[in-house]
Ligand binder design. Structure first.
Ligand SMILES: *[C@@H]1O[C@H](CO)[C@@H](O)[C@H](O)[C@H]1NC(C)=O
Ligand SMILES: *[C@@H]1O[C@H](CO)[C@@H](O)[C@H](O)[C@H]1NC(C)=O
Length: 589
């Protein structure tokens, strides 16, 4: 899987402004690796610096920088000095006596570290980070109906590679590996798990009901012209009173004022007889101010014409409930490009002005709420329920090439990570709703674990001994670590939920997988970080070092596992991997 990267934040701040924020390079071995404790001991040149890029010869002998320290005492003198890097190239540094300082922009690239000037408590300091990623420590022992890892911090729909949340299914459409957009079960499951987790960690939402059919006087509704009609009627399918509307095609003449500047999750029940559109008018921070989101009965995912954004809800011949995050729908609409990713749209929402209905249809339970996590969670769970195939899998309809040496996965492959994530979603849906179909689907999801990757399953065997569940069922095998552990978590959720009789299979797969993990985990440790997979072992190519956000995923996963399986290997590995994030390395000989 891919996780959100925090890297951009640091990059922006550091590149330009920090060219000559000078950092001590330990040249003469005296230095320890503690951070400077105060300004006094670490004077920074902040203003009086050379703007960089100058050749050394140009700076001449007179280019000497000096400044007073805080005590007004000694005067420090810095002189330019040419620094020869590995006999390959030179850069300009600064010399102060026996100490040499190198530009942070150089250090940053050379060592892949991060830094920025931060100002608080009345003065500036330079903050150095060995890694750009953050560890979230779990607050409690992992439970199959609890928070999923640290997914309460995820915001799947915001990601650039999410084209939009589909109108018909209410789940993300991915553009990660193909610009056309497709349903990616891993992303859908993560969307569900993040909303489920947020439901457990966030404040209770405010819910404002604008229409529920109970007040037959219909105080909120306005008619724009005489051809339009709106009426409170008894709906037989629902067995309750609802609003029926008829307007000319395309005329937004029946409206309900919403005027809400705080609660941006819209939900409504809706049935269409002919040509319906639900139009929501938004007051935004954009220069064009008003945007119109049209929820139509088409099947198109998303399109935009000027300030008009269109989402298809499908034909809606019978009642359905929709829950739309209007801010996200606006941002995805504004950010649409023809290319692969959606541009991050900075636009914000000032208020939801009104909703109007067009065509011939019925609407009920119009609400705005601060959040609607469980509605989004069930959209994900229901998508998984409705899109599982007969073999228990969620085929992925995209060609995937991990590396050329492993060939390509043609459309229709299964992923153990998708299977495991789906189990985690479905088990939670079952535990919350009590509906047995969710549990049945989760049990079926174990089928591909018993088939080898080469036979259309997800199982690999390391050195003919250790079974491994593959995120990417490549040949030769890839042994991706994070996807494997997610599949174990799904199996654990399932075995802790199903009856004694039904759980046997999940438990066996979990136990065997755990044995493999204990045997193979040390192979992922580089002594200063982790590797993403074992491609270097199975194909002989260079190892794939895990980015810091993957490294923190590995850490979060081990934290989760060691909360349910007391094991000293997990505990020791975890402590070491956490220290790598601060630059600590394993000992050398
Ligand atoms: C969580 O979901 C329950 C319904 O299952 C709901 O009553 C509650 O308000 C939700 N809380 C939050 C913070 O989303
Ligand atoms: C529905 O829309 C189509 C196409 O715009 C139009 O031809 C048709 O007359 C409309 N039906 C009604 C009842 O307005």
């Amino acid at each position: 899987m891919r996780v959100f990267s925090y890297r951009a934040n640091f990059k922006h701040l550091s590149v330009a402004s920090l060219l000559f924020a000078l950092v001590i390079l330990v040249l003469y071995s005296k230095c320890n690796n503690e951070r400077p404790q105060s300004m006094d001991s670490f004077p920074l040149i902040s203003h009086d610096h050379d703007p960089g890029g100058r050749r050394l010869e140009d700076s001449g002998g007179g280019h000497e920088l000096s400044l007073n320290n805080q005590n007004g005492g000694s005067i420090l003198r810095y002189q330019p000095i040419e620094c020869v890097i590995n006999s390959d190239y030179t850069i300009e540094g600064r010399r102060e006596g026996a100490e040499v300082f190198l530009p942070f922009s150089f250090i940053e690239k050379y060592f892949e570290v991060y830094g920025k000037i931060a100002e608080y408590d009345g003065y500036e300091r330079f903050e150095w980070q060995h890694s750009y990623s953050k560890i979230y420590y779990p607050k409690e022992q992992y439970k199959p109906d609890g928070i999923f890892m640290s997914f309460d911090h995820y915001n799947v729909e915001l990601r650039d590679r999410v084209k939009c949340i589909s109108g018909i299914e209410g789940v993300p459409i991915s553009t990660q590996w193909g610009p056309q957009g497709y349903f990616y079960p891993i992303q859908i499951a993560q969307f569900g798990l993040s909303h489920y987790s947020k439901n457990l960690t966030e404040q209770e939402p405010r819910v404002i009901v604008y229409e529920n059919g109970e007040n037959t006087a219909m105080p909120g509704w306005l008619l724009g012209n005489t051809k339009s009609h709106v009426e409170n009627v008894l709906d037989e399918e629902k067995g309750s009173r609802v609003i029926e509307f008829i307007t000319d095609t395309g005329s937004p003449s029946v409206t309900l004022n919403l005027k809400n500047s705080e609660d941006f999750e819209l939900s409504f029940d809706f049935k269409c007889f002919d040509n319906c559109t639900i139009l929501v008018i938004l007051d935004t921070s954009d220069k064009d101010k008003y945007f119109h989101i049209h929820y139509t009965t088409s099947r198109e995912a998303i399109s935009r014409r000027g300030t008009h954004i269109y989402y298809g809800l499908g034909s809606c011949r019978s009642w359905r409930t929709f829950t739309r995050d209007l801010l996200n729908d606006l941002r995805k609409g504004v950010g649409q490009t023809n290319g692969k990713s959606v541009k991050k749209a900075k636009v914000s929402l000032r208020s939801i002005v009104k909703l109007s209905v067009q065509g011939f249809g019925r609407i009920d339970n119009v609400k705005l709420s601060t959040t609607a996590h469980m509605a989004h969670f069930y959209d994900a769970a229901n998508w998984l329920l409705n899109n599982q195939d007969k073999k228990g899998g969620w085929p992925i309809w995209i060609t995937r090439i991990l590396i050329d040496e492993m060939g390509e996965l043609p459309p229709g492959w299964y992923s153990a990570m998708a299977q495991g994530h789906a189990m985690s979603v479905l088990v939670r849906a079952y535990r919350k709703s009590g509906k047995p179909e969710y549990l049945k689907a989760a049990l079926k999801a174990t089928y591909p674990f018993n088939k080898l990757s080469s036979q259309g399953g997800v199982k690999a065997v390391f050195l003919d001994k250790y079974p491994w569940y593959e995120e990417y069922p490549t040949n030769p095998s890839s042994f991706v670590l994070n996807g494997f552990i997610y599949s174990l978590i799904g199996l654990y959720d399932l075995m802790m939920t199903a009856s004694d009789e039904d759980r046997v299979e999940a438990e066996r797969l979990y136990r065997e997988g755990l044995t493999s993990l204990k045997a193979l985990l040390p192979l992922y440790d580089t002594g200063s970080g982790t590797v993403y997979d074992l491609r270097h072992i199975t194909t002989g190519v260079a190892p794939k070092l895990a980015r810091w956000d993957y490294h923190t995923t590995h850490i979060s996963q081990l934290q989760l596992l060691s909360s349910i399986e007391k094991n000293s290997l997990f505990q020791n590995t975890l402590e070491r991997w956490i220290e790598y994030m601060k630059g600590k390395r394993a000992k050398h000989n």
